[in-house]
Design a protein around this ligand. Sequence first.
Ligand SMILES: Nc1nc2c(ncn2[C@@H]2O[C@H](COP(=O)(O)OP(=O)(O)OP(=O)(O)O)[C@@H](O)[C@H]2O)c(=O)[nH]1
Length: 216
Amino acid sequence: MNPLSIVWEKTRVNMEDYDYLFKIVLIGNAGVGKTCLVRRFTQGLFPPGQGATIGVDFMIKTVEIKGEKVKLQIWDTAGQERFRSITQSYYRSANALILTYDITCEDSFRCLPEWLREIEQYANTTVVTVLVGNKIDLAEKREVLRQRAEEFAESQSMLYLETSAKESDNVEKLFLDLACKLIREAKQNTLDNNDTANAMPGEGKAISYLSCCSTN
Ligand SMILES: Nc1nc2c(ncn2[C@@H]2O[C@H](COP(=O)(O)OP(=O)(O)OP(=O)(O)O)[C@@H](O)[C@H]2O)c(=O)[nH]1
């Protein structure tokens, strides 16, 4: 077979590999559990002695929702201040941001307005943002009341969820609910743009969503 046709075949297969492609970026203070959330969701494990992320890490997971294949590109950013200029460059093309804090660490909650300023400055205005309070397995050490976090999230038009990467509480729900919301918005957007006739499987829907989705 001509090598060119092999390349074309592969491209064609890849294009049909999924119905939607979404980019999700996790942000938040160092040590709140971003990497553990990603690894719990993508690999089903809680890594022992997880070290700090250097720069940005990347994982992919494809899930099936109501018969449609959804490819999630998940970007795990370093929370440390010194990596901020690198991580900011990943906001722009994100379809969704998971802003994470640690329910046992008041400081990580108090920094949220600073993170929101970053989002406002660097992310697309249409990005979907979810606030996540992680480490709920450490209930006895809780420093941030759920109601306070819920009210804060509502005031900022963010979705809110509490998770435990360690115990696997709400981790699947976090990513799957987010994927469902992104699909809904992509479909709405496709309808609004009336461009379904030209959409290629695994290609057109994501592209039209990426370019002009509406959120929250
Ligand atoms: N008890 C408990 N510990 C957790 C949980 N999630 C993460 N941790 C612990 O918190 C620490 C930091 O976790 P990471 O996932 O590395 O945090 P991070 O937000 O990615 O940190 P940076 O990469 O520095 O930004 C590690 O010691 C984890 O074992 C959780 O749900 N429960």
